[in-house]
Ligand binder design. Structure first.
Ligand SMILES: C[S@@+](CC[C@H](N)C(=O)[O-])C[C@H]1O[C@@H](n2cnc3c(N)ncnc32)[C@H](O)[C@@H]1O
Length: 293
C-alpha cells in the first residue's frame, strides 16, 4: 500500500512521462486473467497452452477477443483514474466557491470523484472517518454534529447524533449542498465540527472560521488530514504552525494523534470565551496528489 504521492507543480508531468511501469498499472480488477470464452476443459485435458498448438479445433478458442477486452478495461481504468486525479487536483487548487460552481455545473463529476476517492481509500489500512465515527460513538448522542465535506455522509449514516452533512453536491436530501465557507447553519448551534480530509480549497482557513462561527462555546473541532500535507520533511506544513493558527482562532488543542502512517488527527475545543487573533499566520497546505496505478 502506497501513501498518496505529493507533487510540487511541474513534478507531475515528469512523473507521468517517466513514471514506473507499476504506477501506470490499472486497477486490480483489470489485471485478472482473462475469463475463457468457453467452459474450461475437464481436469484430465492437457494444459490449454499445448492444446492450442496441437489441436486445430482448439485454435478457434484464441484469446484474441479477451486481449481486446483487457486492453479496453485498462484504457477505461486509466481514463477513470485520470479523471479522478484531475478532479482531485482541481479541488486542491481552487477556492471553495470555484469548486462549488464547478461541481454544480456538472454534478455527475462528484460521483466520478467519489468513486476514485473510495478506490484510493480502500488501500488505506484504516480510514480516518471510521476513527472519528468511533470517537463520536464514545461521546454523547445528544451532541449535534456538522460534518464539513461529508463525502458519502458516512458519519451521519453511522451515528445516532443529529448530523448536518455538508458538501459541494447533494443527491441526498439530508446533505446540504454549499461551499462550506458559507453554510446555512445557525451561529453557536453545533457541538462538534468535523473536517475529515476536507480542508481542500486554497481558502481552507475560511472553512475553519465558519466552523468557529457555528460551534457552541466548548464545542469540539475534529480534523483529520492526509499526513504528508502536514509533514515538513516531505514539503508539507508544520503541524505546530497549523495548530497554532487554530489556537489563534480561539481554540485549545486537546490532543493530536500522529501515529497513523496515512493521516493525522487533531482534537480542538473552542474556548468558553473565544477571541480571534487579529492576524493569524495560516500555513499553506499543499495539495495531496494520488499516484497513477
Ligand atoms: C477527500 S473527501 C472526504 C470525504 C469524507 N469526509 C470522508 O472522509 O470520507 C473531501 C470532501 O470535501 C468536499 N469539499 C471540498 N471542498 C469543499 C467545500 N468548499 N465545500 C463543501 N465541501 C467541500 C469534497 O467535495 C469531498 O466530498
Amino acid at each position: 500500500m502506497e501513501p498518496p504521492q505529493e507533487s510540487a507543480a511541474g513534478g507531475r508531468k515528469r512523473r507521468r512521462r517517466g513514471g514506473s511501469r507499476n504506477r501506470g498499472k490499472p486497477s486490480s480488477s483489470s489485471q485478472q486473467a482473462p475469463r475463457p470464452a468457453v467452459a474450461p476443459p475437464p481436469p484430465s485435458s492437457p494444459p490449454a497452452k499445448r492444446r492450442r498448438k496441437d489441436g486445430a479445433g482448439q485454435a478457434a478458442v484464441t484469446p484474441k477477443r479477451d486481449n481486446t477486452s483487457i486492453k479496453l478495461d485498462k484504457m477505461r481504468a486509466r481514463l477513470y483514474g485520470g479523471h479522478f486525479r484531475m478532479l482531485n487536483e482541481t479541488l486542491y487548487t481552487c477556492s471553495g466557491q470555484d469548486a462549488f460552481d464547478y461541481f454544480q455545473k456538472d454534478p455527475s463529476l462528484f460521483d466520478v470523484y467519489h468513486t476514485g476517492y473510495q478506490e484510493q481509500m480502500s488501500r488505506w489500512p484504516e480510514q480516518p472517518v471510521n476513527v472519528i465515527i468511533n470517537w463520536l460513538k464514545s461521546h454523547k448522542t445528544s451532541w449535534t454534529v456538522a460534518d464539513f465535506g461529508c463525502g458519502n455522509a458516512a458519519v451521519a449514516k453511522n451515528v445516532k447524533n443529529k448530523v448536518f452533512s455538508i458538501d459541494l453536491v447533494s443527491d441526498d436530501p439530508s446533505v446540504i449542498a454549499c461551499d462550506m465557507a458559507h453554510t446555512p447553519l445557525e451561529s453557536s448551534s453545533v457541538d462538534v465540527a468535523i473536517f475529515c480530509l476536507s480542508l481542500m480549497g486554497t481558502n481552507y482557513p475560511n472553512y475553519l472560521e465558519e466552523a468557529n462561527r457555528v460551534l457552541k462555546p466548548s464545542g469540539w473541532l475534529v480534523i483529520a488530514e492526509v499526513r504528508s500535507r502536514l509533514d515538513p520533511n516531505n514539503g508539507g506544513a508544520d503541524p505546530e504552525k497549523f495548530s497554532k493558527a487554530i489556537i489563534q482562532l480561539g481554540f485549545s488543542l486537546v490532543s493530536k494523534d500522529m501515529k497513523n502512517k496515512m493521516f493525522v488527527l487533531f482534537y480542538f475545543r473552542k474556548k468558553e470565551k473565544s477571541k480571534v487573533a487579529k492576524r493569524i499566520d495560516w500555513p499553506q497546505l499543499k495539495a495531496c496528489m494520488y499516484k497513477r496505478r
